[in-house]
Design a protein around this ligand. Structure first.
Ligand code: PMP
Length: 425
């Protein structure tokens, strides 16, 4: 480990403790970014295959300009009128189906999901929330415990039920139907315990569950079960949203989820902390008329300037189409690694959101968790940053900024090829 990195790790540990985990045995001290590239304090260059926050690319000039201009003029809290937030909301809502016609703003995905749950409970009069087993929906006391990767492994609240996500690689074509049956059983259990079903809260790319895009429409039957039980659907678009999944601007559109509420975050401000909740007006009305909401920084002028620039660049530069095209090429190139490496079990994705699953044996599909962690470390040595996901921690999550270009594909595939070779021997 570089000596200055070691010292910084020690200083950090002393004053911040260990809860907020760092990636890698030798943590990376990043100091600069541009497009899909990052540089550390020693000048080493990396391709960022993990970060879907700076979705337009690190330090995008349009965002820097918008934020700097607004910051030099005024930033204040949200009890005063300002125009950017209204302009932005009108443009944002145009990207949704017509029934979704109201928006609210916060600073993090966690706050958006917390509010979405409150709204769903108020609207339905029920308490119960159904999530997928490995989902991460934020720091909320309701759902943060559900993900073993990020929480305790147990839902923290008695009104939460966690259902294993549909995985067509391991379960085959029945995955969506099995998921719907489990959701029905969870709703029945919530009813039996007197909670009722308020909502299915779901990330349509099933990112923390192992990146499981599934065939189009896979989640539709589960949504129908929730509605039959009196609940609504909250689509958590913090990961799949804003064009990343390629064919559709919002991930829920791939699965015809037709959500009543959608939560937004991460790429929304390209790094500025801004998040949102958009919903059908009638669903939000009961909440916002009776229970006014205040969030000091939510929708502040500087965050809205960033969000506004992000949406404009996404649309003008047709980055959704770019994500579909480059993501398709990347998926195809990565799939060829299966010919050379027995460790490769499955390569799947939607746009620039790809899951690369490693197994010890292609017949039993036994997860290769240790190998996956070794591959991550080897990739880092070769200048590629990424991480793992899924219930077994054996799925490489490849999710570069949308600034990722065709010319970036070869170096990433070569680095992965080399890393797999080293780990296999
Ligand atoms: N939902 C999903 C799907 C997420 O991946 C995350 C963060 N990883 C969140 C919500 C929470 O967002 P935040 O960290 O901004 O609170």
């Amino acid at each position: 480990m570089d000596e200055d990195v070691q010292q910084l790790v020690e200083r950090r540990q002393k004053v911040m403790g260990g809860a907020y985990r760092l990636f890698y045995r030798e943590p990376v001290h990043l100091v600069r970014g541009r497009g899909a590239r990052l540089w550390d304090a020693a000048g080493r260059e990396y391709i960022d295959m993990y970060n879907n926050v700076a979705s337009l690319g690190h330090c995008h000039p349009a965002v820097i300009e918008a934020v700097t201009a607004q910051m030099s003029q005024l930033n204040t809290h949200t009890r005063y009128l300002h125009e950017t937030v209204v302009d932005y909301t009108e443009r944002l809502l145009e990207t949704f189906p017509a029934a979704i016609d109201r928006a609210m703003y916060m600073c993090t995905g966690s706050e958006a999901n917390d509010l979405a749950i409150r709204v769903a409970q108020q609207y339905t009069g029920a308490r119960g929330i159904i999530v997928t087993s490995e989902a991460y929906h934020g720091t909320s006391a309701l759902t943060s415990g559900a993900s073993p990767a990020l929480g305790s492994g147990q839902p923290l609240a008695p009104e939460v039920r966690a259902v294993p996500a549909p995985d067509t690689y391991r379960e085959g074509a029945d995955a969506g139907a099995r998921f719907a049956r489990d959701v029905r059983a969870a709703a029945a259990d919530l009813a039996a315990h007197g909670h009722g079903t308020a909502a299915l809260l779901i990330d349509s790319i099933l990112s923390s569950d192992g990146v499981l895009p599934g065939p189009r429409g896979m989640l539709g039957a589960a949504a129908a079960e929730v509605r039959a039980a009196g609940g609504i659907v909250i689509a958590d678009e913090v990961q799949p949203g804003f064009g990343r999944t390629g064919d559709t601007f919002w991930g829920f559109e791939r699965h015809a989820l037709d959500p009543e509420i959608v939560t937004l975050g991460k790429p929304m401000g390209n790094g500025m902390p801004v998040s949102g909740l958009v919903a059908r007006g009638d669903v939000l009305a009961a909440f916002s008329d009776d229970l006014p909401y205040f969030n000091t920084f939510g929708g502040n002028p500087v965050s809205m300037a960033a969000a506004s620039a992000v949406l404009r660049v996404l649309q003008e530069e047709r980055l959704m189409e770019h994500s579909a095209r480059i993501g398709g090429q990347l998926l195809e190139s990565l799939s060829t690694l299966a010919d050379r490496h027995e460790l490769v079990g499955d390569v799947r994705g939607a746009g620039l959101f790809i899951g690369f699953e490693l197994v010890e044996d292609r017949t039993t599909k036994a997860p290769a968790r240790t190998a996956a962690l070794q591959v991550i470390e080897e990739l880092r040595r070769r200048g590629v940053l990424t991480s793992v996901a899924g219930p077994y921690g054996n799925v490489l999550k490849l999710r570069p900024p949308l600034a990722f270009q065709e010319s970036d594909i070869a170096p990433v595939v070569a680095a992965l090829d080399d890393s797999l070779r080293v780990v296999e021997h």
